[in-house]
Design a protein around this ligand. Sequence first.
Ligand SMILES: CC(C)(COP(=O)(O)OP(=O)(O)OC[C@H]1O[C@@H](n2cnc3c(N)ncnc32)[C@H](O)[C@@H]1OP(=O)(O)O)[C@@H](O)C(=O)NCCC(=O)NCCS
Length: 174
Amino acid sequence: MAPAGPWARCGCEHGLMAQFEIRPAEAGDAEAMAELFALVARERVGIAAEPPVDIGERAAVFARSVGESVVAVADGQIIGMIHIQVSRHGFGDLGMLVDHAWRGRGVGSALMAAAISWARIRGLHKLCLEVFAHNAAAIALYRKCGFLEEGRRRQQYRRASGERWDSIVMGLAL
Ligand SMILES: CC(C)(COP(=O)(O)OP(=O)(O)OC[C@H]1O[C@@H](n2cnc3c(N)ncnc32)[C@H](O)[C@@H]1OP(=O)(O)O)[C@@H](O)C(=O)NCCC(=O)NCCS
């Protein structure tokens, strides 16, 4: 990780095939971020959004909040992102995702490390998130990064299938 900020080039411990860069999102990334978001929404497993995702609308949302996002890039393609929605009360709400083909290679960990550094630099006192109770990979990542479980929201999310999914609220004091 570069000493001047939370941005990094990664790859050593996960092998040559896992070369990627972590950097702040830019306005020009918004469309690609929206495409990746839509791709992950199509999985209907990890994130709350489900198809159909309006790419233009989602890109506009990302463009408006580009200063609060960090992306992972490999070969010029956005392969992951993390967003920190800053509250006026001093905490940040996190959301993240990684391209299916890149999971399990350290991209999520690198994005989270960058988000934590970003939040500390901005003087936030806490990061928070909500994760589906069945999302073992995400929960393992959050625990590894020091997040603690703060509660369970039962049958919180009604899915397109009609199922109602529990979520876990987690937090990290900075
Ligand atoms: C959750 C997600 C962001 C993790 O990203 P990732 O790049 O795969 O994460 P990493 O490779 O850095 O792995 C981080 C840790 O997660 C855990 N992990 C990763 N994949 C796992 C799996 N399939 N099962 C259990 N734990 C897993 C491990 O503890 C791993 O740490 P380690 O490699 O030091 O053992 C990614 O799976 C994803 O985008 N999922 C779909 C969208 C989503 O669920 N977003 C989160 C919404 S709350």
